[in-house]
Design a protein around this ligand. Sequence first.
Ligand code: P6P
Length: 335
Amino acid sequence: MSKRVSLTQYLVEQQRLHGRIPQELRLLIEVVARACKRIAISVNKGALGDVLGSAGTDNVQGEVQKKLDIIANEELIGANEWGGHLAAMASEEMEGIYLVPNRYPKGEYLLMFDPLDGSSNIDVNVSIGTIFSVFKKPEGSQGVSEQDFLQPGTQQAAAGYCVYGPQTTLVLTVGDGVVMFTLDREQGSWVQTADAVRIPEDTKEFAINMSNMRHWAPPVRRYIDECLQGKEGPRGKDFNMRWVASMVADVHRILTRGGVFMYPWDQREPAKPGKLRLLYEANPMGMLVEQAGGLATTGTQRILEVQPKLLHERVSVMLGSRNEVQRLIDLHAAS
Ligand code: P6P
């Protein structure tokens, strides 16, 4: 990139030049980005701060909460509740929605997030991240309720994540393609380092937890088997495998160099559609991937068209390079 611009300048241009985002949405994104900077500071402290290990509590998902899960959640709530741009928030770490307190003005936006995804990697110093999704409150909705959050991903006004890795990088879409900002720690500011991100349509890299192979549905099993047969098999090429067990890290790799990420339904808990959550994991990542030219499917349905019924609903996820995801869609259709 010739001239580096700041996140603020990018957002002001999206607002002023392109009329794509209103002022309240610009403020919302800037506030979330500022909260991510503060989360990055806590994450980077590691053993030097009192931030590692378990908090000794379980979240609404019945998962052990890490101290950083709670710190990140509190950062996002505290940063966003007073600005007047939000009506309410929802988080993986909270059972119900969080209404903006009456002492603050309320806005028209709904923010939902996984404050720190990939928590199992925190204590072993592997990349983790914050994932967020923004909707407008439905027109004519009086007050705000959980029902207002149950919108299909196509209705998202913005989506993004912040990956806390070797670099701290904010990846964002407001519906005008995908852009990336790297945290300049000396300035304390987000500097644009990628524009118009495109996922290569083909790939030789898949990401899935292979230990679940015996539990997968036949189309997923067949797809992976064909990849593993390599040059001698029907794909005529060798594949490589990656699995970080941190969705943000795996998706960031795919946005950067292509690939396909899969966390499909499996028969371990047949009643559960999948492991990942629709509203604050699959939807925002699905919007980013589609905005970068990729596909995001449950296997049988475009993820962004799934109509949520529950705030913490789970979904089967396959996303990434267009031609590979299309192959998965075709295998599901043929099964
Ligand atoms: P497994 C992290 O807990 C997460 O929600 C995603 O970030 C990640 O892709 C997946 O779960 C890892 O799951 O079963 O491989 O540990």
